[in-house]
Design a protein around this ligand. Structure first.
Ligand code: URP
Ligand code: ZN
Ligand code: ZN
Length: 461
């Protein structure tokens, strides 16, 4: 006897689409069969998925929850951010255990992050360990974290002034250690010295408005850092993840590295695929400050090509829920404005509309970049990221017909704006199951605070 049968839908995985029915038992996918394989009498509940796509639950491997700015925090907490994620079709998010408090070591920081999630999360979660101290301690903690099921790291190559940067010595050693012990080293790749020099130059010239932001942090700022870390990764024999890649030049570096057979995985974010630097000339341009900046339409096109060619494997939200009030603290100057864009709930409809509906990518590719590749890269596959016997019954049923105009009212987040406000989108999550339990039913959130679980991960050497 199954707990749930999902019938009459079109199942989509990274391998293709099919008219399959899916049987769920004890939170796992128990069986997958062609339409009509299972009888209604074999199950407690039947869910009719006619006219819907049935995808593996989506995984957003790059979100920032309660990210600080000065003495304030981004608006959403572990509950509200994961509610919004679930309503957007996510069944797992990965955020960051950033060592803000330097009196705590990296393992204590990770334990603290786990407790914060435990209290609020409505879906499963994990986080990348993010050291901010460029000392031996950081490198010594790598094996300990890997053993504790946290085998992924984020190293900031910039933000030295905010005490967040890792120096190249530590980056190289983390690349080496993760390669040796089984892990992955991710980077926020921007050349810190160029960021600092240019920011001062622009300040002296009075070039402070959002318009100047993508010029101040031009393509070279990112591409140089990507090039440097790819070189280090080659020497270390490492496993490198590039968070939020935005430029054609960086993509070329990744292309060459992968052609040489090096382990380099690139991620971009939804906003770099559908928005460009023109946003900084809008009256609300300061709201769009994020690092790296939004780029040119040519870069955007290159990123879509990168996805089609498999050079970009993952598309995240890089969600960071700063409200309009917090964004305004920068007084319309890019240097003082909190960095980051909200978007945790909209990866699926934005990419369905701009990617699949517009013919840029197939629906299987969509599943790959929104779920499967994150699971593979960060050590959750095949527990997550696919629809196969034995996998967690994390599923999203997608309505491709309903069209909504985006505004804060149609979203579930306390953040009072979104970069996609006013866009007409389709491809919304209708129903979401987390380990076989409904967290969204017919578009309504019905999950439970604290029901999400920490996902312990392992990555092959
Ligand atoms: O601008 C971005 N990406 N903000 C997110 C938080 C950070 O600073 O990495
Ligand atoms: Zn970053
Ligand atoms: Zn980020």
């Amino acid at each position: 006897m199954y707990d749930l049968l999902i019938k009459n839908g079109t199942v989509v995985t990274h391998e293709g689409c099919g008219q399959w029915d899916v049987a769920v038992k004890d939170g796992k996918i128990a069986a997958v069969g062609s339409r009509g394989t299972f009888a209604d009498a074999e199950t407690q509940e039947v869910l009719d998925a006619a006219d819907l796509l049935v995808m593996p639950g989506l995984i957003d491997p790059h979100v920032h929850i309660m990210h600080p700015f000065r003495d304030r925090f981004a608006a959403d907490d572990f509950y509200s951010a994961t509610v919004a994620a679930a309503c957007g079709g996510d069944t797992m998010v990965l955020d960051f255990a950033i060592q803000w408090d330097k009196s705590m070591d990296l393992s204590e920081t990770a334990e603290h992050r786990k407790r914060q999630f435990e209290e609020g999360a409505v879906i499963d979660y994990a986080f990348h360990a993010c050291p901010t101290i460029s000392e031996m301690e950081t490198v010594e903690q790598v094996p300990k974290l890997i053993e504790a099921g946290v085998p992924s790291f984020k190293l900031y190559m910039t933000y030295s002034k905010q005490g967040r940067m890792s120096d190249d010595g530590v980056i190289y050693e983390v690349l080496r250690q993760t390669a040796e012990k089984g892990g992955i080293a991710g980077v926020h790749a921007e050349n810190d010295a160029m960021c600092l020099f240019n920011t001062e130059l622009y300040r002296r010239n009075g070039w402070n408005s959002p318009h100047y932001f993508p010029l101040c942090k031009g393509n070279l700022v990112e591409a140089e850092a990507v090039n440097r870390v790819v070189y280090m990764n080659r020497a270390a024999g490492g496993n490198l993840y590039i968070f939020h890649l935005t430029t054609e030049e960086s993509l070329e570096v990744v292309r060459e590295a992968r052609a040489r057979g090096e382990r380099v995985t690139a991620e971009t974010c939804v906003h770099y695929l559908v928005l460009n630097a023109d946003c900084y000339d809008r009256p609300d341009g300061a709201n769009f400050i994020c690092s790296p900046p939004l780029r040119s339409p040519e870069d955007t096109e290159a990123l879509w090509n990168g996805i089609r060619q498999g050079l970009i494997s993952v598309v995240s939200s890089d969600h960071c829920g700063f409200t309009k009030e917090l964004k305004a603290l920068g007084n319309n100057e890019f240097a003082g404005t909190p960095n980051g864009l909200p978007g945790i709930e909209l990866r699926l409809p934005v990419l369905y509309t701009a990617g699949v509906k517009s013919g840029k990518i197939s629906v299987s590719k969509l599943v790959e970049i929104l779920s499967t590749n994150a699971a593979r890269t960060f050590g959750m596959y095949p527990q997550k990221g696919t629809i196969a016997c034995g996998s967690d019954a994390d599923l999203v049923l997608v309505d491709t017909k309903q069209v909504k105009t985006i505004s804060p009212e149609v979203l579930h987040s306390p953040v009072d704006w979104s970069p996609y406000d006013g866009m007409e989108l389709c491809g919304f999550a209708r129903t979401v199951l987390s380990r076989g339990k409904f967290v969204v039913r017919n578009g309504e959130f019905c999950g439970e605070r604290g029901a999400g679980r920490f996902v312990s991960r392992t990555i092959d050497r």
